[in-house]
Design a binder for this molecule. Sequence first.
Ligand code: PRP
Length: 176
Amino acid sequence: MKDYRLVPRISEAEIMEQVDRVAEEVNRDYAGQSLLLVGILKGAYVFLADLARRLTMPVEVDFVRLASYGQSSETSGEVRITKDLELPVRGRHVLVVEDIVDTGLTLDWYLRHLKHLDAASVKLCAFVDKYERREVDVPLDYVGIRVPEGFLVGYGLDFAEKHRNLGGIFEVEFLE
Ligand code: PRP
């Protein structure tokens, strides 16, 4: 693998500020209701943990793991579920939690899948809205930060399974 370095992009303090803000919005919008948080593994586990601990309504947490078909590192839009939800969705207010939305193909596919499960409502929350390569318009209800592009790691985001555990968000810069 080529050598690379990590360039700091979003500090841990900035991330926490934005998580606080998103949690306030969710608390305001769902006041008096209970919420099912659906984290999309693996990347969402860090953001979901931070968000969930700031929520004030009754919350249940579940996870789904999605995988793209094909070998390409680019999302193909053909998605399958490799680990499904364990809690029932019917009649629940569902908030889908993602670490990052890039082309939008993964979330778009999952949103269409969820439509068959008769939730009372479905909203989308992504920590990073990386918008420049968006191919399908996914209606993001809550967003931590918006960035145009970049190969980002940390705060759940990986490069070959590494760096998910970093508190801040960094950009991978390959060295010559
Ligand atoms: C990332 C991210 C989203 C998807 C976004 O997951 O968590 O699920 O890619 O890309 P898209 O908008 O172009 O579809 P990844 O497949 O890297 O798996 P991971 O969460 O296990 O790292």
